[in-house]
Design a protein around this ligand. Structure first.
Ligand code: FE2
Ligand code: FE2
Length: 257
């Protein structure tokens, strides 16, 4: 166990690694929990494992009584508060805070605020692509593009702006790790894109946004969210947008069909 002295002597990057690992574990637990829920029926009855359907036994459909109740017309903040992992939220907030503190454009601050939304609330694999699709109907096209592209750009240095290959990735993926061809192709395409710098700035702010000693609140970005996220009146998931099904899945992840 850490004494206060050893804790204070550990470097920021060491503490950041620990936090990242903790966040991954937290998410893994959620996934395990969610996939187990597929085996449970309505009213907490473990129907599936005990022989499936039968009198009085149905599969999970509709609102899940084991998850926090959501309003009929949920907003982005409802999803953040009731479905997102807490550790992941600090990462989003810290990256947006750095963008704001260093005087970056509001579009970039907002993109940082949502850049890992898929990791925090939905799925880790291909998180840039999932995250971009999730928010695309409600945000500026450039923001969605930058969220998608940051996934690839994270792996490629840009000396002109002082971005190096993240040291954290060497520990996370191994020294010999090479990004897959689709990531390389995404990077090549993004490199000459007119919105390249927006995605690159997400990566720049990303690196510094794992500080376990910093606590940022969503209230600080209420104005940015209000101006940049086009909240549907019907509620996310009820509006028949191109990503409404994803919000519905976030809301009720264990429905049988
Ligand atoms: Fe990311
Ligand atoms: Fe990130």
């Amino acid at each position: 166990m850490d004494t206060p002295q050893t804790a204070s002597h550990r470097s920021l990057s060491e503490r950041a690694d620990e936090l990242e690992e903790q966040q991954m574990q937290e998410l893994e637990n959620i996934i395990i929990q969610r996939s187990l829920l597929y085996d449970l029926g309505n009213g907490h009855q473990p129907t599936y494992k005990r022989g499936g359907l039968g009198p009085g036994r149905t599969l999970m459909m509709g609102e899940d009584p084991r998850l926090p109740e959501m309003p009929d017309a949920p907003t982005l903040m409802d999803f953040v508060k009731l479905r997102f992992s807490i550790g992941g939220q600090q990462h989003l907030l810290q990256s947006a805070k750095r963008a704001r503190d260093t005087g970056q454009p509001e579009k970039v601050i907002f993109a940082c605020l949502l850049h890992d939304i898929a990791v925090s609330g939905f799925i880790r694999a291909d998180h840039g692509y999932w995250g971009a699709q999730l928010v695309a109907p409600y945000v500026d096209e450039e923001v969605a593009w930058a969220i998608k592209a940051h996934q690839a750009l994270r792996f490629f240095p840009d000396e002109a702006v002082g971005y190096e290959y993240p040291e954290m990735y060497i520990r996370m993926f191994g020294e010999d790790y090479q990004p897959e061809p689709y990531i390389v192709a995404e990077y090549e395409a993004a490199k000459n894109h007119k919105w390249y710098m927006s995605a690159r700035l997400i990566c720049m702010n990303d690196v510094y946004a794992f500080d376990p000693d910093v606590q940022v609140t969503w209230d600080e970005f209420e104005d940015v969210l209000g101006r940049n996220f086009n909240q549907p009146q019907e509620g996310l998931g009820n509006d028949n947008s191109a990503s409404a099904h994803m919000w519905r899945t976030l809301r009720r992840p264990c429905n049988a069909l």
